[in-house]
Design a protein around this ligand. Structure first.
Ligand SMILES: Cc1ncc(COP(=O)(O)O)c(C=O)c1O
Length: 442
């Protein structure tokens, strides 16, 4: 590709975009004024079809946990592909059971029995079925600003209008206020608020359900919601309320799982709560499609009477070896303690940017999952999504890829590969600092 002329590069770009527009739904969301067709990746970097190199600090939505094209994953996947690609869940396979054993070993509490599927959406769907099957109750609570996927149930659990498809709302899902301290719905401040938002869970149960619930699905840190990070007391209070009303706690770790938040393997561990069900996807297999719903034994066992279910691609030998290898690499190259340490440096750098910028309302998150809420000014806190678009174009121009999110589209999301180097971290911070300085100087 290096020798290709400018005309050839432009033609590759135009060809992809023409087919994208002709043959794919317009509802595919793309980042950037000019979308960025990618060609290849290595470690923390990706190259586009014009051979431009970018530092990838979003990882295909927190998915390439140990970087692109990790040689050990490539090798193991190639070996397995040559041997056996597909089994379906009708036949046991060594990779499938070994991965389940591994995940049971690193998840908290009594979580033990897995059901592998293909995506976070499916993992959440299955979690709801399991909660209902186990408790015999139907209503599920979720939190406002949450995101849970693309199916009708996923969209109903999701509580941001931009991500809900009209007409696809399923019954039995209610939303409580989320612990968004920066924009507290009660206009209170932590800790004086006495975590009033947690009590809304009880109010929702009492006013919109029969008083008995199947459970609550929460994200320890709301991902698409803009890395909203609840106070340390929050999930303890909420879990007690849910269990008092007959329900179980489902921790959606699709974004917070596998060491992303530092110190622990899973996000909910920071709050000291042991969920009965946990869902995971994205970073679980470094980009191979996979979802998983792990439960305490009694929840999984209650599903035996619920009828059979299969997942054609679930736990397939290639994705499972990719996942097992990804977890091994994390243990060796990016254990949670190391992620915490790199996260501290990232946070320190972002805090310094925040101090010098009139446009940073809040920096929040944990580990290598850090967000910057961008505002018009710190006093009014008015969301500034147009500034985020500018930040996007400017970081792209400087060859850094980042993500965005938030109910108001005004949160920059920074999620490097967990094994990113110190040098890459400093490069990213340098770019962000330059971009925020330029914005202030305009
Ligand atoms: C917290 C959370 N749950 C579920 C999902 C759905 O996952 P998938 O896109 O793999 O279906 C997502 C996707 O962004 C997510 O962030």
């Amino acid at each position: 590709m290096k020798e290709n002329s400018v005309a050839e590069k432009q033609s590759a770009y135009q060809d992809i975009m023409a087919k994208q527009n002709a043959y794919l739904w317009q509802s595919h969301l793309h980042y950037y004024n000019e979308p960025l067709p990618l060609d290849r990746g290595k470690g923390s970097y990706v190259w586009d079809v014009a051979d431009e190199k970018y530092l990838d600090y979003f990882g295909g939505i927190l998915t390439t946990s140990v970087g692109h094209g990790h040689p050990r994953i490539v090798e193991k996947v190639a070996e397995q592909t040559a041997k056996l690609i597909h089994t379906s869940t009708l036949y046991p396979h060594a990779n499938h059971v070994s991965l389940a054993e591994k995940i049971a070993a690193i998840t908290p509490g009594r979580l033990q029995k897995s059901y592998f599927t293909n995506s976070g959406t499916e993992a959440d769907e299955l979690a709801l079925m399991a909660a209902r099957g186990y408790t015999g109750n139907y209503d599920i609570l979720a939190l406002r600003h949450g995101y849970s996927g693309n199916s009708a149930t996923g969209k109903t659990l999701t509580a941001q209008s931009a991500w809900r498809l009209a007409g696809n709302i399923v019954p039995g899902i209610k939303h409580a206020i989320n612990p968004y301290c920066y924009r507290c719905p009660y206009k209170m401040s932590y800790p004086g608020c006495d975590i009033a938002c947690a009590q809304d869970v009880e109010d929702v149960i009492k006013t919109t359900t029969c008083g008995k619930v199947a459970g609550i699905l929460i994200e320890p840190i709301q991902g698409v919601g803009g890395f909203i990070t609840p106070p340390v007391e929050y999930f303890g209070i909420v879990s007690e309320i849910i269990r008092d009303h007959g329900g179980v706690v489902i921790s959606d770790e699709v974004q917070t799982g596998f060491g992303r938040t530092g110190e622990h393997w899973f996000g909910i561990e920071h709050w000291g709560v042991e969920p009965e069900i946990m869902t995971m996807a994205k970073g679980i297999a470094n980009g191979f499609p996979m979802g998983n719903t792990i439960t305490v034994p009694e929840v999984a066992d209650a599903m035996i009477d619920g009828g059979n279910f299969i997942c054609t691609f679930g736990g397939n030998p290639v994705s499972t070896i990719a996942s097992l290898t990804t977890i091994e690499i994390m243990e060796q190259e990016a254990p949670p303690q190391q992620v915490a340490q790199k996260g501290r440096r990232l946070r320190q750098g972002l805090n310094a940017i925040a101090e010098n910028s009139p446009f940073v309302g809040e920096v929040r998150g944990m580990g290598l999952m850090q967000g910057i809420e961008v505002v018009k000014d710190k006093k009014s806190k008015e969301p500034a999504p147009e500034l985020v678009l500018q930040i996007f174009e400017e970081t792209k121009r400087r060859k850094l890829l980042i993500g965005k999110g938030g109910m108001y589209n005004n949160v920059v999301r920074i999620t490097p590969p967990l094994n990113t180097t110190d040098e890459e971290l400093e490069t990213a911070l340098g770019v962000l600092s330059e971009v925020f300085n330029d914005l202030a100087g305009q």
